[in-house]
Design a protein around this ligand. Structure first.
Ligand code: ATP
Ligand code: MG
Length: 458
């Protein structure tokens, strides 16, 4: 069961045998040595989680040994044995970094309790360490890519508010990076070592949402076979992230409001009030003020959630970031798919720059993922991009973001392309018939088809 190894160092063979028996009975693997001079070599070799060592041994002092072992592995947990008479030695050992001490002689229970506490502590430390490095590499500011004024303003705001306890409401169209921003707030806050708990208000069915949030006691409803802690409990001392908060029903909204006011709640079917302390980060892509006036959202809850507002700019309002993001995603996906893609042609890059991006960064990410897997080339080409991206240059919505002259030119071109490919389809690629219908000569039709790369045979 336990994959932890424990090293015991003591000059008394009886002690070693006794400890080994107790540890093995609990499922730990145990290595012993009566020679403290061997201990550093053993630690380097087998990498134990915990070392138990006597303080007074011939050949080496326990405190000295402890320091030496910590140099080999700073996360090592060390417990020292002390004779009852020498409490002060135990205190000194703790000051020098021992995790705990076990007085000799000890009872089996006393011994095991101390070991289990040490193991638990070590596991938590390892978990936190893993979480921290994972978080640092994926959600640090350097992972939210962008240099435009619009996104830089968001970075500044995150820096300013992350360290406060204020609840945050993030507005933004889909795919603008709301979740990434929420995680960034969390890991730049004092709560970073505790949980970030995402709650998808759309995916969770209404009545389930409540038991998910509050948890339930065993037997509180049919199917509640065991007591289950809710997301509020998991988020204690951390942050809770409500995605699409407007989708939460009114009854649950009212209950959430109470928890925010009282900082206490009961599990479904539970009698005891539990204390909680979490920060709320929520998102919405609809205007909550309108939802309030329709009676779909509780105004008091809105004020609690919206202490600080972060507005995520849509990608089309920060086109300078498109290129940067494109290269970021090309690197990411070419590494993932083991391809050696170096970049993107200027023609393809221009198409990306001009597109309207209704799905924002998520859409760009998908487009690049698809393109990198399609291309056989070292560069992403225009032909690797989805049709709708190229055709949507006729999208008048997007046109309004361009200067009039280039908008007009693009619109005419896409009209021309569509007109002639449609008409050619109608006459099954017969250019003479198409030209007659269009009322222009065949030569001109040829030229236009060539310009747009329309294949008259297809
Ligand atoms: N500035 C950025 N730099 C790099 N990657 C980004 C950036 N913004 C968003 N992304 C990536 O784009 C994708 C969408 O971001 P995220 O999930 O945070 O957006 P969202 O607003 O929550 O989207 P949705 O509304 O679809 O839930 C994610 O894969 C995210 O990693
Ligand atoms: Mg999201």
């Amino acid at each position: 069961m336990n994959d932890e190894t424990i090293l015991v160092v003591d000059d008394e063979e009886d002690m070693l045998e006794n400890c080994a028996r107790l540890l093995e009975r609990k499922g730990y693997s145990c290595v012993t040595t009566s020679n403290p001079l061997d201990a550093p070599g053993i630690v380097s070799e087998i990498k134990p989680s915990v070392v138990l060592t006597d303080l007074k041994m011939p050949g080496k002092d326990g405190i000295e040994l402890m320091k030496e072992l910590k140099e080999i592995d700073s996360s090592l947990i060390i417990i020292v044995f002390t004779a009852y008479a020498s409490v002060s030695a135990a205190v000194d050992a703790m000051k020098d970094g021992a995790f705990d001490f076990i007085p000799k002689p000890f009872s089996a229970d006393q011994f095991i309790v101390s070991i289990e506490r040490a193991i638990k502590h070590r596991r938590l430390e390892m978990e936190n360490k893993n979480l921290r490095t994972q978080i640092d590499s994926s959600y640090g500011f350097d992972r939210i890519i962008g240099k435009s004024n619009a996104i830089t303003a968001v970075f500044e705001l995150i820096k300013k508010v992350a360290g406060t306890e204020a609840n945050i409401l993030i507005y933004g169209e889909s795919g603008t990076g709301k979740e990434l921003t929420a995680k960034s707030v969390h890991i730049n806050s004092r709560r970073r070592d505790r949980a970030f708990v995402p709650v998808d208000c759309v995916a969770l069915a209404e009545n389930l949402l409540e038991s998910e949030l509050f948890g339930h006691e065993k037997g509180s409803f049919t199917g509640a076979h065991a007591t289950k802690p809710g997301l509020f409990e998991l988020a204690d001392k951390g942050s809770i992230y409500f995605d699409e908060i407007a989708k939460m029903n009114l009854a649950t909204q009212a209950k959430l409001l109470r928890v925010l006011q009282e900082r206490q709640f009961r599990r479904v079917g539970g009698r005891h009030l539990l204390d909680v302390d979490f920060r709320v980060i929520s998102t919405t892509n609809i205007d909550l003020n309108e939802a309030i006036s329709r009676g779909d959202f509780i105004e008091d809850l809105f004020w609690r959630l919206n202490v600080i507002t972060i507005e995520m700019p849509p990608l089309r309002e920060r086109r300078e970031d498109i290129e940067l993001l494109t290269h970021h995603f090309i690197d990411e996906f070419s590494e993932k798919n083991r391809k050696k893609i170096k970049g993107i042609t200027s023609e393809a890059s221009e198409i990306l720059y001009n597109y309207y991006w209704p799905g924002n960064i998520r859409e760009l990410q998908n487009v690049i993922e698809r393109a990198t897997s399609l291309t056989d080339d070292r560069y992403v080409n225009a032909s690797d991009l989805p049709e709708n991206l190229i055709d949507s240059s006729s999208d008048t919505n997007y046109m309004k973001h361009l200067p009039f002259k280039s908008a007009k030119r693009k619109w005419l071109e896409s009209f021309e392309k569509k007109y002639f490919s449609d008409i050619l389809k109608e006459f099954n690629g017969n250019i003479s018939k198409a030209a007659r219908k269009a009322g222009i000569d065949r030569k001109t039709v040829y030229r236009i088809l060539k310009k747009h790369g329309i294949d008259s045979t297809g």
